[in-house]
Ligand binder design. Structure first.
Ligand SMILES: Cc1ncc(COP(=O)(O)O)c(C=O)c1O
Length: 458
């Protein structure tokens, strides 16, 4: 897989003036481009033209490629396009927002989600529904008893149950098909936010009408090795046919009179304006490559690396792992949140980056309630932090460091991380850092980044 990922050989600068091959352990945020996506774009872009309404050959070809991209994405998740539609947008957040506009609304309508969601699968629901959150267990897993209880309690008012396929903080995999069965028995529909799941595990929506069918799926291209500004929402055609589009405008209509609008069919009605055709093509090319190399192999490789990472991390003095730390309990993807005792998470992430050439992420990962709970912060501690934060001081922001694997990650990548973490645990790092109050980031004092040597527009 490594030779199919762009840029893995790139040297990046370190604080001491040397350079090193970059190690990306921040795949949970965004993945680098897969060559299949890059090459598909190289082949396609000379023919790029407007889709749908153009009559020239390039337009006809672009329209066909754009439609084929939907078919590939449908195949990637096992969706039947007779009953379902694939709607392209710019990312997973937009897709979830779209669905929050598309489902029936009512004063009393409830959307049930969980306490482990990314904000993108929580906040959009708050705008339109009464949101009920399913609790988590002390180890950060979903409390399925609470899920059952709340499902029973709210089933008459439920517009949707929206759960993540894989948690972006702890990597926990949800039993999506089991939950789907329960949701259907309660008479409702389920959305799986598969932004974090898709790059790690095969997704199977199962046939429409199957008790374990996944009604809606959300994907993000930039987490699937196609970072070209595309995400998508897959779901039943009838749901989108029964509502007005969230955005209206060019391409969404069949007929417009001075007073009336007759909406177009799907997916046009839901894709206002000129779409990101290259993004969709890149995403489909990458999805196709993942299917070809098989998600089973991606999974096996990642399981082996996750075990290795968990085992090695726990040998480091002062290491605190959040969520599951047992290397044998693998109801998770390769996402591991941790802290090193006595070192602020943001400082640790900075040292890894500036002195180790290792990309990770630190903070609360757009999942504040979940992280606060995993950290075991008291109500008062969380409140104090919020007050400081809202007053513009993020320097004491609680959080963790997150390493997240990609299909191309290696043991050597993990070894590089472990070596650096050991150094930090021994206090053996060189830089002097200061915290930027407004952002909470740690930066080396006096260091000027040599960005111009690596990329500039000139
Ligand atoms: C589980 C999950 N859902 C949704 C999102 C939001 O994705 P996007 O940035 O594509 O909107 C993320 C991003 O990290 C995520 O991890």
């Amino acid at each position: 897989m490594r030779d199919r990922i762009l840029g893995l050989d790139r040297q990046t600068p370190l604080l001491d003036g040397s350079t090193v091959t970059y190690v990306n352990l921040d795949n949970g945020a965004s993945t680098p481009p897969m060559m299949d996506a890059v090459e598909a774009l190289e082949r396609f872009m000379p023919f790029y033209s407007s889709v749908h309404r153009g009559t020239g050959f390039k337009s006809r070809l672009s329209t066909r490629a754009f439609d084929q991209a939907r078919e590939v994405i449908a195949e990637f998740v096992g969706a039947n396009l007779e009953h379902n539609t694939v709607i392209f947008g710019k990312n997973a957040s937009e897709a979830i927002n779209k669905l929050s506009h598309s489902l029936p609304h009512g004063d009393d309508c409830v959307v049930m989600t969980t306490r482990m969601e990314h904000h993108s699968n929580d906040l959009p629901w708050r705008d339109h529904y009464r949101v009920v959150h399913v609790d988590i267990l002390p180890d950060g897993r979903l409390d399925e008893n609470d899920f059952d209880r709340k499902l029973e309690l709210y089933k008459d008012k439920l517009a949707l149950v929206a759960v993540t396929g894989a948690a972006n903080v702890t990597g926990y995999l949800q039993p999506v098909h089991r939950l789907a069965r329960k949701v259907h028995e309660a008479g409702s529909l389920i959305l799986i936010d598969a932004a974090q799941l898709a790059p790690h595990r095969a997704i199977d929506m199962k046939p429409d009408g199957h008790p374990e069918h996944l009604d809606f799926i959300v994907l993000a291209g930039h987490k699937m090795y196609a970072p070209y500004g595309t995400g998508c929402l897959i779901g039943p055609r009838h749901v989108f046919m029964e509502c007005s589009p969230d955005y209206s405008g060019g391409g969404t209509v069949n007929v417009v009179t001075p007073t009336e609008v007759y909406w177009a069919g799907l997916p046009d009605k839901e894709e206002a304006g000129s779409p990101n055709v290259p993004g969709a093509i890149a995403m489909a090319a990458s999805a196709r490559a993942l299917m070809k190399r098989t998600m089973k192999k991606v999974e096996e490789h990642e399981v082996e690396l996750t075990k290795y990472a968990l085992t090695e991390l726990q040998k480091i003095p002062g290491m605190i792992i959040y969520g599951e730390s047992d290397p044998e309990k693998l109801d998770r993807v390769g996402v591991i949140p941790f802290n090193l005792e006595g070192v602020h998470h943001s400082l640790l992430a900075a040292i890894l980056g500036y002195e180790g050439g290792i990309g990770v992420r630190s903070g609360c990962f757009c999942a504040h309630p979940y992280v606060v709970s995993l950290l075991g912060l008291s109500h008062e501690e969380a409140e104090n932090w919020r007050v400081e934060f809202l007053a513009g001081d993020k320097s004491r922001m609680p959080g963790m460091v997150r390493m997240s694997l990609g299909c191309y990650s290696t043991r050597e990548d993990i070894d590089r991380l472990i070596t650096m973490l050991r150094k930090v645990a021994d206090g053996n790092y060189r830089g002097e850092y200061e915290v930027v109050r407004e952002t909470g980031e740690y930066v080396p004092i006096g260091y000027v980044e040599p960005f111009e040597d690596y990329f500039s527009f000139s």
